[in-house]
Design a protein around this ligand. Sequence first.
Ligand code: FES
Length: 84
Amino acid sequence: MVIADDQLIALFNVDGTIYAIDDLCPHQGAPLSEGLFIGCVAVCPWHGAEFDVTNGKLLSGPGVRDVRSYQVSIKGDDVEIELS
Ligand code: FES
């Protein structure tokens, strides 16, 4: 998890590609970066909602909506996230 412009962003590495989504679960605000991560799926640590980290889509569980996903680019050793 990183903080960018006061936003909590969760970063996930899927087979060498970095993806960025909002860290807060839209159900009750759990940190998605602290849950299980299986394949390309982040599992909310509190109630088990599942999100596709490649696009933020809610896959199952009590989540109420998708989470926002962000464009990521790698510049040398830096990970850049487009927040706009
Ligand atoms: S806080 Fe994530 S499913 Fe409830």
